[in-house]
Write a protein that binds this ligand. Structure first.
Ligand SMILES: C[S@@+](CC[C@H](N)C(=O)[O-])C[C@H]1O[C@@H](n2cnc3c(N)ncnc32)[C@H](O)[C@@H]1O
Length: 496
């Protein structure tokens, strides 16, 4: 059995061995790298595990690994291996800790507490002498990089003066080189039309201030013929031949380009157009495209509502985490559909009502306490949640988006959000010209289907006469019967 087959069967030890065998023969193998990273993402032990640490270090040494994913396994190894005496020099000499801080955003509350104390100790050591040990300097640099990754969402400490130690606490006055480059790139991005919709204007202002997400690294993916892959996953889709020219892919709400660049670099023969309200976000994506030498992508500033002004059509579109931030998601959807060719696939991702009930509470508490969506407001919110002052929101720390300023602002401080149920997804699609093909249930940073893929298996056993798993009325019934079925709605449609 292949690593992927073993993974799908939940036989992770054997899958790991299979992936490692492939990588030993062929270190650039993207399938095996992705598979191994998905296992490292899930790997948890209660005692330090030397073998896992070695695999994690190998992943950090591989530019093609998924450092978002392996960060979960690394955080666990760092926590269980943390020295009881909190010794600064011991910690500064831990290569896994340094790699983690520089390459993965921390998403672990227990580890954050340890890192805050470590940051304090490193700052004191730096401030105590003009010639601190080089290991401490390296640790402080790694902590400063982590501060950059989390956009300074950890608490500041006014007792640390501006200077070598302060980079771990707040941005320095001189902007980083990439910020300077992005400002230049932002001014060069062509515009479809000025933004006139009032909600779009305030959403644009939010993402100009906090482009979402800040990412640092494009993981290697196997090349995929996306239409063939979707036809395999959804055999009830209509077969339409688009010929052999490049697949014209539209990414509305491209954000900072992580998803569009993944698509541009891993979908065979694709030409990608990313559209977004936020120039700062697009400039981030453009800088990253340059860094990875990806040239089959263009970035355009504009409102989804104005897509028809492009005067062209697309063969495929992916729009994840976007339509629920529009005043009228259906108007956004119809604008996208209007520029798709018949037979084009559209992959969508929308917020779920039941999964976000805790976010609804957070939004109420934020409003009642009049917390602003500034860095200070975000820090104060985190303090209240993490100290237990706002105990009922404690579970927010289980969310991937709790851990940096742009992620947290997006999660709890958004100027506009709609939440869906299957029934609302159904109304959204009704009469839109789209045929619903099916839901996708991939999880985590490695976007793998979990073994057993719960809801699909449940649907298959509950509605045995509906093998396409795509009847929304049946899904609606299943959602009524089983709360918490959907973490959100990720699904694929086809233009009729
Ligand atoms: C949560 S981010 C998601 C970014 C990206 N799709 C991702 O998954 O990482 C939402 C993005 O949608 C963009 N957006 C929201 N409404 C939009 C609209 N009406 N037109 C174009 N972009 C929009 C925002 O500017 C923001 O960059």
């Amino acid at each position: 059995m292949s690593g992927d087959e073993l993974f799908a069967a939940g036989r992770f030890d054997e899958a790991m061995a299979a992936y490692r065998r492939v990588l030993a023969q062929d270190p650039g193998n993207a399938e095996a790298r992705m598979g191994l990273d998905a296992i490292l993402e899930r790997a948890r032990t209660t005692q330090p595990n030397a073998g896992l640490r070695e695999l994690l270090l190998q992943a950090y040494a591989d530019e093609g690994a998924n450092w978002d994913a392996v960060g979960w396994g690394a955080a666990n190894q760092i926590v269980v291996g943390w020295p009881h005496d909190n010794d600064l020099l011991k910690l500064a000499a831990d290569p896994l800790l340094l790699e983690f801080l520089k390459k993965s955003l921390n998403r672990d509350a227990a580890l954050e507490r340890k890192l805050l104390a470590l940051r304090r100790a490193a700052a004191e050591a730096l401030l105590a002498t003009d010639a601190p040990p080089p290991e401490v300097v390296a640790l402080a640099e790694a902590l400063a990089e982590q501060a950059w990754l989390n956009e300074y969402v950890w608490p500041d400490d006014a007792t640390v003066p501006d200077g070598p130690a302060s980079a771990m606490f707040r941005p320095s006055a001189a902007p980083r080189a990439e910020v300077v480059e992005e400002r230049r790139l932002a001014s060069e991005i062509p515009e479809i039309a000025p933004i006139v919709d009032a909600v779009s204007q305030s959403v644009a202002a939010m993402y100009e201030a906090n482009p979402y997400p800040r990412w640092t690294h494009l993981a290697r993916r196997p090349m995929v013929d996306v239409r063939a892959a979707l036809m395999r996953d959804f055999p009830h889709a209509q077969t339409v031949d688009f010929g052999s020219g490049p697949l014209q892919v539209l990414m509305p709400g491209a954000g900072t380009g992580q998803h569009p660049l993944t698509v541009a670099s891993s979908y065979a023969n694709a030409q990608v157009t990313g559209v977004d309200l936020s120039r700062a976000s697009l400039a981030y994506g453009k800088r990253m495209a340059g860094r990875y030498g990806i040239d089959n992508i263009e970035f355009l500033r504009g409102d989804i509502l104005d897509l028809s002004k492009l005067g062209r059509t697309f063969d495929h579109a992916e729009c994840v985490g976007v339509l629920h931030h529009m005043a009228d998601p259906r108007a956004g959807l119809l604008a996208i559909v209007s520029v798709l060719r018949p037979g084009a696939f559209l992959r969508l991702g929308l917020y779920g009502e039941s999964a976000r009930s805790i976010v609804v509470k957070a939004r109420r508490d934020i409003e009642a306490a009049r917390l602003p969506s500034t860095l200070d407001g975000l820090r104060e919110f985190r303090r209240k949640v993490m100290t237990g002052e706002w105990r009922r929101l404690r579970a927010l720390t289980d969310w991937e988006d709790f851990w940096s300023a742009s992620l947290l602002r997006d999660l709890c401080f958004h100027v506009q959000e709609h939440r869906f149920t299957v029934s609302r997804v159904r109304s959204l699609l009704e009469g839109s010209g789209l045929k619903f093909l099916g839901f996708e249930f991939n999880v985590g940073a490695s976007q793998r289907a979990d073994a057993g893929a719960g809801p699909l298996a449940l649907y298959a056993s509950r509605f045995r006469n509906e093998p396409t798993l795509s009847d929304l009325a049946s899904w609606e019934q299943l959602e009524r019967e089983k709360s918490g079925l959907f973490p959100g709605y990720a699904f694929v449609c086809q233009k009729e």
